[in-house]
Design a binder for this molecule. Structure first.
Ligand code: PLP
Length: 352
């Protein structure tokens, strides 16, 4: 605290990211990174970018990257917005499209950055409880609202909402923007991007941090009709005209173009997830059905916080959320390599 702070800063409750430990040799299963390397073509593109041209500003509009993303998704470049990680894209979405008189709606258990943006931008919001089975129930979102946002699959539960349910939400909610945060969709769901052409109020947000194994490059994007994208560009150009540096633009483009590679590493993660779930269920854990690169699991006897602490003593880091109380018994475990998951399973067997 300092008397020099603005009133806004005094009132903030910032997001707390998962730990990025400086220690080597940890089994790091706490922040949903991809355990595999990015495409070799990304690394080639980054090396080529390390050149004299770094003295020049990058393309402020990331045109080539937006064209590459548009080609991958079968949309046009004016339907694509890019940002410095999907967190930055989301921040602009909250200010540009979700700040209205009516409260926006999102689940009570979801990505914990959403309420932080509401605090930063003074956006009214109402949280909607997930069902007892931790599912999103579309009917709960059909009341008048300033906007709707949730991840699909949801985080930290990993549960997927069927595309038909998203269509039902869009049909019943035409007057405010519906944002589907598809950070994890490549690990088992069907994207809502195909619905953008028919729904002027739909915005789909995605990231290269998870399925493309590029969390360190910080690239995220949004797809929606051009009028929604224009709003995001207006905010971006009132904040930072060059959110993506030359490396980020070149590396992300190479990754979008090498989709066979990122699809193959996603398939490996999904195969390991299937095995991890079945082994943990065999040990008595309840594991929610996951369409993501993480699982959300609780043991009938052992407390989540305690298990996380005991795993840490064995150099295995997973994520535990104390709040809300309903999820305190759970651990969120990123699906790592087979070897990492074997280390986790061996430790859990010793502990439970
Ligand atoms: C649901 C969800 N959305 C968005 C993000 C942000 O991803 P990034 O800023 O790395 O693109 C995350 C990161 O964990 C997430 O879980």
């Amino acid at each position: 605290m300092s008397r020099y702070w603005s009133a806004v800063v005094h009132g903030l409750t910032p997001y707390v990211p998962g730990e990025q430990p400086k220690l080597a040799n940890l089994v790091k299963l706490n922040t949903n990174e991809n355990p595999y390397a990015p495409s070799p073509k990304v690394l080639d593109a980054l090396r080529a970018e390390a050149a004299e041209t770094l003295r020049l500003y990058p393309d402020p509009n990331s045109d080539r990257l937006r064209e590459g993303i548009a080609a991958y998704h079968g949309v046009t470049a004016d339907q694509v917005f890019v940002g410095n990680g999907s967190d930055e894209v989301l921040a602009h979405v909250f200010l540009a499209l979700l700040k209205h008189e009516r409260p926006i709606l999102f689940p009570d258990i979801t990505y914990s950055f959403y309420p932080v943006y509401c605090g930063l931008y003074e956006i009214a919001h109402r949280t909607v409880p997930l069902t007892d089975g931790f599912e999103i129930r579309v009917d709960d979102y059909l009341a008048p609202n300033g906007g709707v946002i949730f991840p699909n699959p949801n985080a930290p539960t990993g549960r997927l909402l069927a595309l038909a349910e998203i269509e039902r939400l869009l049909a019943g909610n035409r007057d405010s923007v519906v944002v589907i945060d598809e950070a994890y969709i490549d690990f088992g769901g069907e994207s809502a991007v195909g619905l953008v052409a028919r729904h002027p109020q739909l915005l789909v947000v995605r990231t290269l941090s998870k399925s493309h194994a590029l969390a360190g490059l910080r690239v995220g994007y949004a797809i929606g009709q051009a009028h929604l994208i224009e709003a995001l560009v207006r905010v971006k150009d009132s904040f930072n005209s060059y959110p993506l540096d030359r490396f980020a633009q070149a590396g992300a483009l190479a990754s979008m173009q090498d989709h066979a590679y990122f699809e193959s590493i996603c398939a490996k993660v999904v195969a390991t997830r299937t095995r991890l779930v079945s082994e943990m269920e065999g040990m008595g854990f309840e594991v929610l059905p996951s369409a993501a690169n993480f699982i959300f699991a609780r043991h009938p006897v052992h407390d989540g916080a305690e298990l996380a602490a005991r795993l840490r003593e064995r150099s295995i880091i997973v994520r535990h959320f104390r709040n809300p109380a309903r999820i305190a018994p759970f651990l969120r475990i990123t699906v790592g390599t087979d070897e990492q998951c074997d280390a986790l399973l061996a430790a859990l067997k010793a502990l439970c």
